[in-house]
Design a binder for this molecule. Sequence first.
Ligand SMILES: Cc1cc2nc3c(=O)[nH]c(=O)nc-3n(C[C@H](O)[C@H](O)[C@H](O)COP(=O)(O)O)c2cc1C
Length: 247
Amino acid sequence: MNDIIKALHERKSVRVFTEEAIAEEDREAILNASLQAPSAGCQLLYTILDITDQNKKEKLAQLCDHQPFIARAKLVLIFCADCKKWLSFYKEAGLAPRKPGPGDLLLAAEDAVIAAQNAVTAAESLGIGSCYIGDVMEHAEEMKELLSLPAYVYPACMLVFGHPARQQKERKKPERFALSDIVCENAYQEKSSAEIRAMFEGRTGAQSYEAWMEAFWMRKYESEFSNEMNRSMEVYLEDFRKEGRVP
Ligand SMILES: Cc1cc2nc3c(=O)[nH]c(=O)nc-3n(C[C@H](O)[C@H](O)[C@H](O)COP(=O)(O)O)c2cc1C
């Protein structure tokens, strides 16, 4: 295993940070690494919000499903899929761009998340831990207000960073599924009942597959946060579903 692949295997989410600040040169290295990520048409279809205001961090901790460690992070970055900035560039040239659609949003979200993952990897190489916060996609109205998000700008993901506390370094990384459970050759293949059960063998503790899966389903898929995320997405999508030209 080379050093890069080893680092990818060893990275795990960090949710407890020491008091050590992130050095300015490390912050810049992390941000610059983001910008080096692949980007559709090299358009860098994202804007990164660096949240330094402690009151905003506290508010984000509340809005993002009450996760207090967000407010304790030493660096908080929100990667916004930005379908607005090129519209401004086009309009600056006297052009009349069409309104962006859901496809534009998806492309920009891909750009944003790929840039974010570069930040994660760069931070890891500097001994700085990180954690994604998916809940930034919730509470669209409050999030728009808190971050002054205009139409066509969507907070695709948030990352919190800090030096890992010792217990975090020692924590076991959650196990992944086997490669054969994830990779299909040439075309999508539905899993058989036997294959599904084999995937979860040894993963449900003392519970039956059914009991474990029902609890997981309630905790993740039928949860308040995932319903709120979908509701919020509809709020953001409203602008993207309108047809016509940008005024
Ligand atoms: C899109 C996304 C959203 C996530 N949101 C949260 C979150 O809100 N809170 C949290 O503690 N972890 C969050 N995580 C971290 C995952 O829980 C973590 O990556 C997963 O359990 C695997 O563990 P590992 O990162 O240590 O390998 C998120 C990860 C991703 C990729």
